[in-house]
Design a protein around this ligand. Structure first.
Ligand SMILES: Cc1ncc(C[n+]2csc(CCOP(=O)(O)OP(=O)(O)O)c2C)c(N)n1
Ligand SMILES: [Mg+2]
Length: 684
């Protein structure tokens, strides 16, 4: 086994020796961890260890002692199945564990943690999980997502730089590095994101493509024969073969293509799909270690020189860069106190004082206003108070009403990276992934499209929820209310699908003031993403001197209007609440007591205590009608086993809205009929 004593600076020859030692340590840790867990992926860590090591040791500006250093370069392992590559880097470079926002002296990933790879409650899960393992910048595993996230991170870096750097004071200039695989390259989301990254000339972005020509089913010849280099030239990327060619290249993102050998060193499995996953087996492991010149019977071996080598490289460089940055920050704080205060707030994820002081209140209005229109007004009011609120739409801003106007206007382009209106292009999936990347880089980021197209970005929404990143999406045209565009554009099952995602808050406000209150909640979320479902068509603005205040939105559901001792409860969301109100008024005129519950958010309602929930939906009132222009799935939870559920059981149709409402039963008469049937059925 090679062994190099380390005193001060090493010679080139010594460095080569110690580098190899580090690389083989990374490889064997991966092999041993997979062997021990009896599952996992060592093949790509074995093949890519030299590249990952070189990137971290020589290029990445990262301080292992302070993994939250705001201007650190971001490293994304988009090929998340190769998680052991990241875990060994975190371990060997001595990245510290963060607790309550502060770096401790404990390791983020200890050797014992690597031995507990894929075990219950370990910090070394199968795929890297943001928030769970400190030092993991973003959750990866669903291929392509990390690539998409990285574009958002690079956008965030440039936005922060443009907005807050001052002459002589570079607070932000971090680069974003990605290791991605054949699978990443095949995924549409990565292609969408690459296309936008090239268009935006993100020269702080570097993807390292591990072109090992092997995926799970075999050689990439089976399904992937395009010329990736040419494709990326087409996207306006700089395509090269060496890491040092990234930093010197301006005006384009960089793709570095690496021809690695999956399972490098495994005599029978290397360069085949058999090396992608699963333990190599005792005999193959022995032979592989022999090939590396490694002790064959030792497991989880980390020669002491290895940690020293990392400390001497990334450790020493990172500490110096971080220290220099702190000095810059100090003088920035004295010379630019206003900006400094803003930056402090951003980094802590806090909102400015009085952020909600000017949120609009909407006067009662029978003719009404579409909730998407109200949303545009609220967003613009927020934008004036929260400068780092930034987002855009997938080519639908005139429809989603998400454009910032006036003082907050300005497009985010290659030439103006500090703009706040992002044109994602018709790329919903990339939008989802990019927004997540911006979200983990401090920005209050959002995307927007039609609710029906949220399906195109579902994997990214799911990851936002899994990561606990407080981004949000503005989904408009939220029902058959879309009208003439027809069933392709009319969402049915989307609300149910979004509600099924853990740690995601879905809000479907009933009128303009519920929109304001929805944003008030969304902006205060710290570890939960949210989706708004908004109407295309005008909805009456309820007279809040007659009906309950819209602040009830915060509790997910609230009694909007009531009669003493109600016999039937009418529960609605969004555009259907007005039908419940109209039915209630008719019943009242007939002397029948009913209650209207506006229920903009199931998730928020479920967070309330039992007393509150029972006060809104008293368990002894079984006569219930729920009304929502969406799939009925799940509504029995609130309707009860014998309640009436008015919803969509088929796709919609292309027609004027008024005809659709009759055809699908969203009329006051139909709600009334259902209420009467319920009253009859549940007669005391
Ligand atoms: C979206 C998505 N689809 C499928 C998978 C399952 N999967 C894991 S790795 C992989 C492909 C492996 O090939 P490659 O990306 O080249 O990685 P390598 O085997 O070279 O490490 C697949 C299909 C996944 N993780 N994500
Ligand atoms: Mg591959």
């Amino acid at each position: 086994m090679p062994s190099i004593a380390h005193h001060g600076h090493s010679t080139d020859l010594e460095r080569k020796g110690s580098d190899e030692l580090c690389i083989n340590t990374m490889r064997t840790l991966a092999i041993d961890a997979v062997e021990q867990a009896k599952s996992g992926h060592a093949g790509t860590p074995m093949g890519m260890a030299p590249v990952a090591f070189t990137l971290w040791q020589q290029f990445l500006r990262y301080d292992p002692a302070d993994p939250l250093w705001p201007n650190r370069d971001r490293f994304v392992l988009s090929a998340g199945h190769a998680s052991l590559l990241l875990y060994s880097l975190l371990h060997l470079s001595g990245v510290k564990r963060v607790e309550n926002g502060v770096a401790t002296n404990k390791p983020a990933v200890s050797l014992d943690d690597i031995k507990r790879f894929r075990q219950i409650d370990s910090v070394t899960p199968g795929h890297p999980e943001y928030g769970h393992t400190k030092g993991v910048e973003v959750t990866t595993g669903p291929l392509g997502q990390g690539c998409g996230n990285s574009v958002g991170m690079a956008i965030a870096s440039r936005w922060l730089a443009t907005t807050y750097n001052r002459p002589g004071h570079t607070l932000f200039d971090f680069d974003v590095y990605v290791i991605c695989s054949d699978g990443d390259m095949m995924e549409g989301v990565a292609s969408e994101a690459a296309s936008l990254a090239g268009h935006l000339a993100l020269d702080n972005l570097c993807w390292i493509y591990d072109s090992n020509t092997v995926t799970i089913e075999g050689h990439t010849d089976l399904a992937f024969s395009e010329n990736v280099e040419q494709r990326f030239h087409g996207y306006r990327w700089n395509v090269v073969r060496a890491l040092h060619l990234f930093k010197t290249h301006k005006g384009q993102p960089t793709l570095i293509i690496v021809n690695s050998v999956i399972g490098y060193g495994a005599p029978t499995k290397q360069n085949t799909a058999a090396a992608h996953s699963d333990p190599l087996g005792a005999e193959e492991v022995r032979k592989t270690k022999r090939f590396y010149g490694w002790p064959e019977d030792e497991t989880f071996l980390v020669p002491p020189e290895v940690r020293e080598t990392f400390a001497d490289g990334i450790g020493r460089r990172g500490a110096a860069l971080n220290a220099r940055w702190r000095i810059v920050l100090n003088t920035y704080e004295t010379q630019h106190p206003k900006e400094a205060q803003e930056v402090r707030g951003i980094l802590r994820g806090e909102l400015p004082d009085n952020w909600d002081a000017d949120l609009p209140f909407f006067a009662a209005d029978q003719k009404g206003i579409a909730t998407r229109e109200a949303s545009g007004k609220v967003l613009n009011a927020l934008a004036l108070k929260v400068p780092w609120l930034i987002g855009g739409s997938a080519d639908l801003a005139p429809s989603t009403k998400t454009r910032f106007e006036g003082k907050s206007a300005g497009d985010l382009t290659a030439q103006s990276p500090g703009g706040r209106n992002i044109h994602f292009g018709v790329r919903e999936h990339a939008m989802g992934a990019i927004v997540n990347g911006m979200g983990v880089c401090y920005l209050r980021a959002f995307g927007a499209t039609f609710l029906v197209f949220s399906d195109y970005m579902r994997p990214s929404i799911r990851l936002a929820a899994l990561m606990g990143v407080p981004i949000f999406h503005v989904f408009t045209h939220d029902s058959i209310g879309v009208g003439e565009d027809g069933p392709t554009h009319q969402p049915i099952e989307q609300l149910a699908g979004l509600r099924a995602v853990p740690n995601l808050i879905v809000l479907r406000p009933a009128d303009a003031n519920e929109v304001t209150e929805s944003y008030r909640i969304i902006m205060q979320l710290k570890k939960t993403p949210a989706c708004l479902a908004l109407s295309r068509q005008p909805l009456p603005v309820f007279d809040r001197t007659i009906y309950a205040p819209a602040a009830g939105v915060a509790r997910g559901a609230y009694v909007l209007t009531d009669s003493p001792n109600p016999h039937v409860i009418l529960i609605g969301t969004g555009s259907e609440v007005r039908l419940c109100v109209a039915a209630h008024e008719k019943l009242k005129a007939e002397g029948i007591a009913s209650r209207v519950v506006s229920m903009p958010s199931w998730e928020l309602f479920e967070q309330q205590d039992q007393n509150y929930r029972d006060s809104v939906l008293p368990p002894d009132i079984h006569a219930r009608v729920t009304v929502e222009q969406g799939a009925v799935l799940g509504w029995d939870r609130y309707a009860g086993p014998s309640g009436a559920i008015l919803g969509m059981r088929t796709f919609g149709a292309s027609a004027p809205l008024k005809d659709l409402l009759v055809k699908f039963g969203f009329t006051t008469e139909h709600v009334l009929a259902a209420a009467r049937e319920q009253l009859e059925r549940h007669k005391p």
